[in-house]
Design a protein around this ligand. Structure first.
Ligand code: UDP
Length: 694
């Protein structure tokens, strides 16, 4: 018969073996006394759907309306068209109440502060967030450098890295929700005197040994990249020694670099001067870097000057050697932050898809793009209507998460509810390309990336405008100061030009993407002005490490990792042969067990002359894709995105540091907000190994 039978639901048949393994190990609720399961996957989706829909009761919806919304939420999840991030799946409707994956916590240069932002206040906050499955990001650059004085004890400061080690140990001890290892992002801005030690904190002998629960990234500015290009010196500045307005030398520089209009800057400066009883050295003009330098020097805050290229080369060497440090581009992050009138962003969450203000949190969720490829008259096309409908409900669901969330600290609740950021992302992108027959490393694929991003952003933004009409705008919304990111999106051709990539989009792909290509953003802007906006950001491309397994698709916007591989996750090792690949082999009557096991040895078919060229082209794996294509996909998804993109530029093990250098430089020019490379086999532990034999 149809539907339920003994708790069995045919929707369960959509779940792969690996999906069930993951759900069973970590997501499905158990009775704490007997440890027996009390729910099936469908019951889990129901639990989440009902819990999140209930929020609408407090916005005046009737019981019947709430039930309709719950059904829709259940529908998009159980069909695997959309899944919220792990904490929402795990914790909705349970005793634990944290539903977001991403947090940024401030770290001030003090043991503790009245606002609860000192080093040990933050350590406590981190533990509370980890306990329930959230990941945390920090900017450690406000901490005085190693060897600096500590007035209260007449002692010597031990420096930011020593404190990071304490955060690291605490992370080991407090496993996330008892179910996953805590994840952290540690950031140091490039002007900090300890930046050299920071860059080397996870490479060479310290690789696989130190700060194992941290991704680390250097906060880079335009002035720095320009200095690299020109082979010039840059200052290192002691944050404790400058009496500039704002908390440190850095915030001084922000005002200098034109994020805010001049009048606003002056107003801000005057206000700060009043509060801090400080002296402004040049009231009449906006501060330039040179002027800032003069002031910092007068204050004795410049500890030394270093050739920017020397620092840059060290960063490159580290990344080549071990994947750390990555880079976050602080200027680009703040330039394209829609509410940059609220404050400056100094840090991101662990995988860098969420640049956030101090204390902000964000909940994520991703649509499974693969599900929207349909067949029409024998041709594979995209079901735009279904995608738009899914996005509409996904955004409502993510917005409801903000209200349903139980926040571990009141500062987090306040900051989050003020800006109401949500992060709609995607997964299954590379499998969508396979189903459309487009190789990942082609201009066609980049065009699909660029326009899909545009479509997803348009729909998500539109949904947030409609929600504002219904439920009100986020409290910090200012219709005039709000910066529409579509005003600053680079054109597709511009991206290709920067990367010096030639090639035409084929007419069939142009036609395929017509619906996205023709969207009218100026009209959307008008609507935002009139109706308001519910969420200060709506998009974010997350790694989807686990939810892509549950959905049985490829992660985020990454290319396929391997056609067969072993995956190491907390609950065990999985051998996987890509089912889509098997499907193709069948189509060509090549699904012979011997052929398959041969392929499994290397994980790839690129060099296999017995495999038809079409298959070899569309099944290019992460290492066969040239780094420029990795980067250009990231840049495409960044243009139509008000947060960030989590992407790893996978490199072959034999790639040189020069490649990394070129990629980092190009990343800055393409306007991505951050960049991470990972060279195969550069660490002893990695999540995914290629090929079965290794
Ligand atoms: N995250 C975390 N611990 C983990 C994996 C992820 O704290 O072990 C956080 C981190 O902030 C990351 C975000 O969750 O950036 C999203 O990761 P992902 O998309 O892989 O999560 P999923 O929802 O698929 O589990």
């Amino acid at each position: 018969g149809k539907g339920k039978w003994n708790g069995f639901d045919e929707r369960d048949m959509l779940l792969s073996y690996n999906a069930l393994k993951v759900l069973e190990a970590r997501y499905l609720l158990k009775n704490p006394d007997t440890l027996r399961y009390v729910e099936t996957p469908q019951m889990m989706f129901r639990r989440v759907a009902n819990f999140l829909a209930k929020v609408d009761t407090s916005y005046g919806k009737s019981e019947e309306e709430v039930k309709k919304i719950a059904d829709k939420f259940y529908e998009i999840m159980s069909s695997l068209k959309f899944l919220p991030n792990t904490p929402t799946l795990m914790n909705s409707g349970t005793r634990l109440g944290v539903l977001s994956a991403c947090f940024v916590l401030p770290v001030r240069d003090s043991m503790t502060t009245p606002e609860g932002e000192g080093i040990y206040d933050t350590l406590r906050a981190m533990a509370l967030v980890h306990q329930q499955g959230g990941g945390t990001g920090f900017d450690f650059s406000e901490l005085r450098p190693k060897g600096d004085v500590v007035a209260s004890t007449a002692g010597v400061a031990s420096g930011p890295i020593s404190f990071m080690k304490i955060f690291d140990v605490s992370t080991d001890v407090v496993k996330q929700g008892g179910k996953r290892r805590g994840a952290n992002m540690g950031i140091m801005h490039v002007w900090h005197p300890d930046v050299n030690d920071f860059i080397k904190a996870k490479t060479g002998q310290l690789k696989d040994a130190q700060l194992q629960n941290f991704n680390i990234s250097v906060g880079i500015y335009d002035y720095f990249m320009k200095a690299v290009e020109r082979d010039e010196e840059v200052p290192l500045v002691n944050p404790r020694k400058t009496r500039v307005p704002g908390s440190n030398w850095d915030s001084y520089m922000v005002k200098a670099r034109g994020y805010m209009d001049e009048e606003y800057i002056q107003e801000l400066i005057l206000k700060e001067l009043e509060e801090k009883d400080a002296v402004w050295l040049d009231e009449s003009s906006v501060i330039t870097l040179d002027e800032a330098m003069v002031i910092a020097e007068k204050e004795g805050a410049v500890t030394s000057k270093v050739n920017a290229r020397v620092i840059f080369d060290e960063i490159v060497k580290g990344a080549w050697d071990s994947g750390d440090p990555g880079i976050v581009f602080i200027d680009e992050i703040n330039r394209r932050h829609p509410i940059n009138y609220i404050g400056k962003i100094q840090a991101t969450n662990p995988c860098a898809e969420e640049p956030l203000l101090p204390w902000e949190s964000c909940n994520l969720g991703s649509v499974n793009l693969e599900k929207f490829v349909i067949e029409k008259e024998g041709k594979a096309i995209i079901d735009w209507d279904s995608l738009a409908d899914t996005i509409r409900y996904a955004v409502r669901m993510l917005d409801n998460v903000i209200d349903a969330n139980r926040y571990p600290l009141k500062q987090i609740e306040e900051a989050t509810k003020k800006t109401r950021k949500v992060g709609l992302g995607v997964m299954g992108f590379s499998r969508l390309l396979v189903r459309l027959g487009i190789p990942y490393d082609s201009v066609d694929a980049l065009y699909v990336s660029y326009n899909l991003a545009k479509f997803v952003y348009y729909q998500a933004f539109h949904a947030s405008i409609e929600l504002a009409k219904e439920k009100g705008s986020f409290p910090a919304y200012d219709p005039v100061l709000y910066r529409d990111i579509f005003d600053t999106a680079r054109s597709f051709n511009e991206l290709l030009e920067v990367a010096k990539l030639k090639g035409e989009v084929s007419p069939s792909v142009k036609r395929l993407m017509e619906r996205a290509e023709s969207l009218d953003f100026s009209q959307l802007k008008g609507e935002r002005m009139i109706k308001g906006l519910r969420n200060s950001t709506v998009m974010s491309i997350a790694p989807t490490g686990t939810i892509s397994i549950i959905s049985g698709t490829s992660s985020g916007i990454e290319p396929l990792f391997a056609l067969a591989f072993i995956r190491n996750v907390a609950v065990g090792k999985f051998m996987e042969v890509d089912p889509l690949f098997l499907e193709y082999l069948k189509r060509y009557e090549m699904d012979d067990p011997e052929v398959v096991s041969k392929i499994a040895e290397t994980g790839s078919v690129a060099e296999n002359v017995f495999i038809p060229r079409t298959i070899r082209n569309v099944f290019r794996t992460a290492h066969e894709v040239a780094p420029e294509y990795h980067l250009l996909h990231q840049a495409s998804w960044q243009q139509w995105n008000d947060s960030g993109v989590s992407k790893t530029i996978n490199l072959k093990s034999e790639e040189t540091p020069e490649t990394v250098s070129k990629i980092y430089m190009m990343a800055w020019r393409l306007g991505v907000k951050g960049i991470t490379v990972y060279r195969d086999k550069s660490k002893s532990q990695q999540v995914i190994y290629f090929g079965i034999k290794k």
